[in-house]
Design a protein around this ligand. Structure first.
Ligand SMILES: C[S@@+](CC[C@H](N)C(=O)[O-])C[C@H]1O[C@@H](n2cnc3c(N)ncnc32)[C@H](O)[C@@H]1O
Length: 218
């Protein structure tokens, strides 16, 4: 995504700190481009669970992908900021943001995204959510997860430091509950009859992040 587009998206957000966050996130994090490469060209709806301020929807639209986007997050401040941005961008017909917990998913079926969300839930909640996410996939849909995985390396420990700052700054109230291992994700997804693929996706960060893509057997 070019600089002008990053700045145009950032200007949709009212708060100066959020604009700064949006510019740097879009410049440095490969997760939105990775998601666009998977869902691009599809017109299935995308359910973005733990959508934050709805950046994934803004990114997809700016890159010319017009699939219906439904974001959901339990942080009302972020949903309000995201809704204002949708309004400023005139995207009310394709983007909707709901204030809700991950335990209250709407009945849509299509693609599902879970980007940097799972570790804010307990291990038991993660399992329930993965099973629910699998049920929200259309036959041609994809489940796209990006998460730090629990592994015995320094990258995993660097993540803990970042989360400390996120929690103390108030950006993510509550903080981390449980970093999953690869097998804690793979097993329930395979049990739901999905093909699962893992790849490292760190971008320009030191963190132990992976992209996990799961699709119904075809
Ligand atoms: C690190 S942010 C990621 C935001 C977005 N997915 C992205 O990548 O741009 C994690 C988000 O998960 C949301 N979240 C955490 N626990 C949640 C829950 N139980 N229900 C709904 N949203 C939740 C937080 O409010 C936060 O917006």
């Amino acid at each position: 995504m070019d600089r002008a587009t990053r700045h145009r998206i950032a200007r949709l957000y009212d708060n100066r700190l959020q604009r700064l966050y949006v510019r740097s996130k879009l410049a440095s994090d490969p997760v939105y481009a990775a998601t666009a490469a998977i869902v691009g060209g599809s017109d299935l709806p995308l359910l973005d669970i733990g959508c934050g301020i709805g950046l994934l929807g803004q990114y997809l639209n700016a890159q010319g992908h017009s699939l219906p986007y439904l974001g959901l997050d339990h942080d009302e401040r972020k949903i309000k900021a995201g809704r204002r941005a949708v309004q400023h961008a005139g995207l009310g017909a394709v983007m909707a943001l709901h204030h809700a917990d991950v335990a209250e998913l709407p009945s849509v079926q299509g693609h599902v995204a879970l980007l940097d969300v799972l570790h804010y839930l307990s291990a038991a909640q993660q399992l329930t959510l993965l099973q629910a996410a699998a049920r929200h996939l259309a036959p041609q849909g994809c489940l796209i997860i990006r998460n730090v995985l629990r592994e015995p390396n320094w990258r995993f420990h660097a993540t803990g430091l970042e989360e400390f700052f996120l929690r103390t700054s108030g950006w993510i109230p509550g903080g981390v509950q449980h970093y999953p291992t690869a097998s804690e994700l793979r097993t329930p997804l395979e049990n739901a009859e999905l093909d699962v693929r893992f790849e490292s996706l760190r971008g320009r960060t030191p963190f132990n992040s992976y992209l996990i893509v799961a699709r119904p057997h075809r």
